[in-house]
Write a protein that binds this ligand. Structure first.
Ligand SMILES: [Zn+2]
Length: 286
């Protein structure tokens, strides 16, 4: 379960072997990932729960955040021994409207800061408040992050673009109106369809993520839970988070991976498609 390669799954199940023909069912790859944003000290409680249920996760941590304190460097180091720790800018600054040089300092600066602190490459990035555009995505790629997470909700499919990776469920019970408004603002049509079809417009985030897991177990894709530990603390939802993570940890048909691993798989899959495309051009004489 530790080192997953796209293509190891799908598994082929053989049914009806006593009959004349043998039916086959291809099971698509199914992954489970968790992201935890902002680096509040209550992330250490979330980390304990994730460890308890055998789950993998990426913690996105800015160096500072004017909205709430960020954990101590020694705590970030401790977290990094068990989990992927990703960049979230230096100062938790939304990037899409920043001048290029300031955006670059926030992106490249947080990578340098994390790598100095942890002594290893920081591969994952998350756009503060989910704000991104093509220019920002290019800067994140130029800074040599492997991929980046957005705040596009209700996305359960395998990512096509490693620098625009959405999430399935925000651990916060949004109203239907907020979900629809958010999808329209983010121009997230796929998410809007997912909210209606897969989540059946569920507002309770526990049911929302269970339905996502049910869907991904059956159809393949990625079940991606995104949370702020400070929000869980504020709303006194630790029991709820425990139930959700326990359920997720017991699902044998989904493979737990970090966001970083998911980005690498998405890059590899894109590379494969590009290679196949260039080969087809060569063989057709172009
Ligand atoms: Zn954030």
């Amino acid at each position: 379960m530790n080192d997953v390669k796209l293509g190891v799954r799908p598994e082929v199940e053989i049914a009806g072997q006593s009959g004349r023909c043998r039916e086959t069912t291809i099971r698509r790859p199914a992954f489970l990932t968790v992201s935890v944003d902002d680096g509040h000290s209550s992330d250490l409680i979330t980390a304990e729960l994730l460890c308890k249920f055998g789950l993998k996760a990426t913690f996105y941590i800015p160096r500072s955040n004017h909205e709430r304190p960020v954990m101590e460097p020694s705590e970030i180091r401790e977290l990094s021994t068990m989990f992927d720790v990703g960049g979230h800018t230096l100062n938790h600054t939304p990037l899409s409207k920043l001048p290029r040089d300031n955006a670059w300092n926030e992106i490249r600066g947080c990578k340098d800061w994390l790598e100095d602190l942890l002594g290893r490459p920081a591969v994952s990035f998350c756009y503060p408040r989910g704000k991104h555009n093509q220019r920002v995505r290019n800067l994140v790629a130029t800074a040599r992050f492997v991929g980046a997470r957005t705040c596009d909700f209700n996305i359960n499919s395998f990512p096509r673009d490693p620098f625009r990776v959405g999430v399935s469920t925000h651990a916060f019970s949004h109203s239907v109106a907020v979900q629809v408004q958010h999808a329209l603002l983010q121009r997230n049509l796929m998410g809007l369809i997912g909210f209606v079809r897969t989540s059946r417009m569920t507002t309770d985030w526990e049911s929302h993520f269970r339905r996502t897991l049910d869907y991904v177990e059956t159809h393949g894709g990625v079940a991606h839970l995104y949370l702020h530990s400070w929000e869980i603390q504020q709303r006194n939802e630790w029991d709820k988070l425990t139930r959700v993570l326990q359920d997720a940890g017991g699902r044998t048909q989904v493979v737990p991976i970090t966001n970083g691993k998911l980005f690498s798989l998405a890059t590899a899959a894109t590379g494969t498609i590009e290679t196949l495309y260039s080969k087809s051009l060569t063989s057709s004489g172009h």
